[in-house]
Design a protein around this ligand. Structure first.
Ligand code: ADP
Length: 438
């Protein structure tokens, strides 16, 4: 299309110049003639532009007729504009029907515009959120429900995950917001009161956290007694020493389990928080690999960094997820080499941890991230596993909007991939890639 327009306009210019020069040759005043023809051509262009401009402000009219190149562009603009107008009018036509259906729902439903101004809400929303629609129409939702997280969520515009908030200060009440884009720039919002569900989840988390915490002291005491007994018992009593060693191993395993449970419950407690630290994954991986190489001296552990991409996240959580994946590859990969890669993919930066160990049968893969799920219990116990490593990885992945993929084949090894979304990338300007990429 671009070439066609260029050729058409070039021809027109050449023709005008030719006519001007021919007239100039006849009248012997070719400079003036050329000037007159070029001025006429410019006026023609100006007139055409004025007609196009007029058409832009009168969309209901047909596009003006222009040259063949221009005509093609105007036709395409006309088709696109007609489609957009049709979509808007069909969305406007469907609004009354939608509002009628939503009005009778028990769940609170609202329609807000892109800046959060209230356009409509049903009775349930008036009741749940204390809105008086008749007097509050057009008012920003965040003026009615005071919550910085709701304000950030609306501004951010990423509605993949629902938002839970406790409106007001020190409130027990928990509301869950689900946003979806609707009718161009508007948003359809469903709000649920999830106070009871939130309370039960908190109780479960607190229970696990408290039990784990309470177990720490008796375990430390037991470990102390085992150590004392080991020094007091005569070295000749092999059976007793063997029993004490078993006790020591089990206590250490329980200590690791308690530590993992406490860590899991602490990351669950801050799940909704924004993870915005700037993490240099290359540096984090290099540090981890050098620590693990020192801790597993006989293993072949290799790091390949093919991107310098930094991401936004929580350093401790990312460190624990990555370390769990690498330690698993070292533990279960037998003596095979373990290769850790930090790479760029089409969907975002990714971590790959690959081993050539015995692999995992397909039937186990969907359950690997369940708490305490083990493929081979005896092997896992022998390697000191707690059964919580991949549950932690999954949790960290969810709180960073990342995805965990497991590719494994029996006898060929396993590859665990943690793929981060483009929105977690740190752009060269130092800010999140979110606004650019979404
Ligand atoms: P654990 O603490 O028992 O290692 P995880 O949650 O980290 O628990 O792992 C769950 C199970 O997944 C392990 O018990 C093990 O059977 C299996 N697994 C994890 N990583 C690998 C791997 N790289 N190769 C083979 N099996 C693995």
């Amino acid at each position: 299309m671009g070439t066609r327009i260029f050729l058409f306009e070039a021809r027109r210019l050449a023709l005008s110049a030719g006519c001007g020069m021919a007239w100039g040759a006849v009248t012997s005043q070719w400079q003036q003639a050329l000037f007159v023809f070029l001025v006429v051509l410019l006026l023609l262009w100006g007139w055409q532009l004025a007609r196009v401009y007029h058409w832009f402000s009168h969309p209901e009219e047909f596009p003006p007729i222009g040259g063949p190149g221009m005509q093609g562009i105007l036709h395409d603009v006309y088709v696109l504009r007609s489609r957009a107008m049709q979509a808007t009018s069909s969305s406007q036509r469907s609004q009354p029907y939608l509002k009628e259906s939503l009005a009778s729902m028990r769940e609170a439903a609202l329609i807000i515009n892109s800046s959060g101004g209230l356009l409509w809400c049903n009775e349930a929303a008036e009741y749940l959120l204390g809105i008086q629609f008749a007097t509050e129409e057009g008012r920003r939702l965040t003026e009615t429900i005071s919550s910085p997280s709701l304000e950030e969520y609306i501004e951010d515009g990423n509605f993949q995950k629902p938002l839970r908030i406790h409106p007001g200060t020190g409130s027990e009440r928990c509301l869950q917001f689900e946003f979806s884009k609707f009718g161009g720039d508007d948003r359809l919002v469903f709000v649920k009161d999830v106070t009871e569900q939130d309370r039960l989840e908190r109780m479960r988390r607190d229970f696990v956290g408290n039990v784990s915490h309470e177990l720490r002291t008796p375990l430390t005491v037991m470990k102390g007694y085992i150590e004392t007994l080991q020094t007091l018992m005569p070295a000749s009593d092999l059976t007793l020493h063997k029993s004490l060693r078993v006790m020591e191993t089990q206590v250490e395993r329980m200590e690791r389990m308690v530590a993992d449970l406490l860590w899991l419950s602490s990351i669950e407690n801050i799940e909704g928080e924004r993870k915005e630290g700037r993490i240099d994954m290359g540096a984090l991986l290099s540090e981890l690999i050098s620590d693990l190489t020192a801790a597993w001296p006989g293993k072949n552990l290799e790091l390949q960094i093919s991107t310098s991409q930094e991401i936004r996240g929580d350093e401790n959580e990312l460190r624990s997820a990555v370390s769990n994946l690498i330690v698993n590859a070292l533990k279960y990969g037998e003596d095979s080499p373990v290769v850790v890669r930090w790479i760029d993919t089409a969907v975002g930066p990714a971590l790959r941890v690959e081993d050539k160990g015995p692999g995992i049968a397909a039937k186990h893969i969907p359950r690997l991230t369940e708490r305490f799920y083990r493929v081979d219990k005896s092997r896992s116990l022998a390697t000191g596993g707690t059964g919580l490593g991949l549950a932690i990885v999954k949790h960290v992945a969810v709180s960073h909007e990342a995805k965990l993929f497991v590719d494994s084949e029996l006898g060929r090894g396993s590859c665990f991939r943690l793929v981060f979304p483009l929105s977690r990338m740190v752009t060269s300007a130092g800010s999140a890639g979110a606004s650019d990429q979404r």
